[in-house]
Design a protein around this ligand. Structure first.
Ligand code: AP5
Length: 217
């Protein structure tokens, strides 16, 4: 299955992807995770992307497209994938369509948009903690770890993302409204879009997404 998850920062794309990749049996491809990994490794891409990410701006399309093209060519993507955080601009969406058409392995089948009020996502991102080892996501109030500051799964320390301070969160939300929200109309016109209420408990949101994907198979 070839699926893209859309939604504002903090709407739960990463949280849901952790569940969906297992349920759907496809790799989870997060453009944000790939970029953070490039920054951590100090690659050319990472050095070019870092300033944009720290300011809460989008990394230029050509850089992101090259990275996604390479990732989609990996062997584990033959049976499908779950995109999280990509595409994020109309230019990226159109480039993805062209890329998939050229590769001849099938186009995008489903686009799921998570709806969460903007004030809720500010609270979610302010309390988000991420495992520095395995990347598992937590929230200090909504999804706390069993032991403070430590990952339940691998025992590594939990960290706060650099772009999760309030001013940067608000900048990211503005970018979403201006540059990413227009994709909803783009995919709705093509009959691919399914909107899901992202305010419920994570397990209920997963259930709703899986039902939406089943309905449209
Ligand atoms: P990216 O990493 O993609 O960040 P984002 O889209 O801003 O999304 P987040 O990861 O912040 O949130 P999420 O929706 O995954 O929510 P999560 O599940 O973590 O991008 C980062 C940066 O990289 C961008 O700003 C940009 O610079 C660059 N970038 C990335 N992709 C790009 C692209 N395509 N083009 C250009 N630049 C790009 O949940 C958040 C918190 O809420 C967690 O603490 C979680 O525990 C909690 N939570 C989740 N679900 C629930 C729930 N149902 N109830 C209560 N709490 C919940």
């Amino acid at each position: 299955m070839r699926v893209a998850l859309l939604g504002p920062p903090g709407s739960g794309k990463g949280t849901q992807s952790e569940v969906l990749r297992d349920r759907l049996g496809v790799p989870h491809i997060s453009s944000g995770d790939l970029l953070r990994d490039a920054v951590a490794r100090g690659t050319e891409l990472g050095r070019a992307a870092k300033g944009f990410m720290d300011r809460g701006e989008l990394v230029p399309d050509d850089l992101v497209l090259g990275m996604i093209r390479e990732r989609l060519q990996a062997g584990d993507c033959n049976e499908g994938w779950l995109l999280d955080g990509f595409p994020r601009t109309l230019a990226q969406a159109e480039a993805l369509d062209r890329l998939l058409e050229n590769e001849g392995r099938g186009g995008l089948q489903h686009v799921v948009s998570l709806r969460v009020p903007l004030e809720d996502v500010v609270v979610r991102l302010g309390g988000r903690r991420t495992c520095g080892g395995c990347g598992r996501l937590y929230h200090v109030k909504f999804q706390p770890p069993k032991a403070d500051g430590t990952c339940d799964a691998c025992g590594a320390a939990l960290v706060t993302r650099r772009d999760d301070e309030e001013a940067t969160i608000r900048a990211r939300l503005g970018v979403y409204e201006r540059q990413t929200a227009p994709l909803l109309a783009y995919y709705s016109k093509r009959g691919l879009l399914r909107e899901v209420d992202g305010t419920a408990a994570p397990s209920n949101v997963s259930g709703e997404i899986l039902t939406a994907l089943k309905d449209r198979r």
